[in-house]
Design a protein around this ligand. Sequence first.
Ligand SMILES: [Zn+2]
Ligand SMILES: [Zn+2]
Length: 278
Amino acid sequence: MKLTFWGTRGSIAVPGKDTLRYGGNTTCLCLEIEGQRPVILDAGTGIRNLGLCLAQYGQPLDLCLLITHLHWDHLLGFLFFEPAYRGGANLSVGGWPRGMEGLRSLFDSRRGDGNFPVTFSDLPARIQADESLRPPRFRLGSVQVTTIGLNHPQGGIGFRFEVEGRALVFLTDNELYGPGPYNPDHYARFCQGAEVLVHDAQYLPEEMASRRGWGHSDWRSVVELARRAGVGRLVLTHHDPGRRDEQVDDILAQARQEAGPDLPVEAAREGMVLEIKD
Ligand SMILES: [Zn+2]
Ligand SMILES: [Zn+2]
């Protein structure tokens, strides 16, 4: 499995000089599994550049899009996803059961005309909900995918991709100690022994008191989860839109110190590639 980050920012895209190294685009990742069509995770603004990259491969494009939840920062890029405008392209939508509804509503606003000049039904690509890509578990070829709910306003799901005992877990927009049906024990079990954990670490520990219930975690809670679950490598993502590159550097430095030498920690940046050998 090979995972590429196309968007690492939370809440809203923040291009500019302060976000050049970690990136300003919102959440989008691409998982490549040998012998399988590309698997896109979320359709934040990062999906635009991914679409331009995929466009180079020519026809026919066959893609899978897994949605974690319906917040704008995980959907809005789809309006400018080049393969959606391509006849012959095939896009299967799975993950959060309302994912297809979320994509459709970007185009066909019930609030009246004027949000976007193209309607969903006019898109040339074949875009369909795929019932075989639904929680609680499904397969992508040799990869077993399991899901868990998120502690996040209006809900959502996280994914564990596993092949021959080697696992990659993606949990974004998740408040580990937040209100909601799940607690850190559930997440520790879900992440147990994963080779890589990619987790939302939008906040500083000292910010949490004023952000309870917002559906995001602080870096220290995430390090604690990774250590408890015996994760091999931790990647912090969903960087706060107000955080400059140097501030993400500071978070990373503190997280590395807290994690110790046995748990490598990185901060997700656009263009970063992680390989899990299978
Ligand atoms: Zn988000
Ligand atoms: Zn969200």
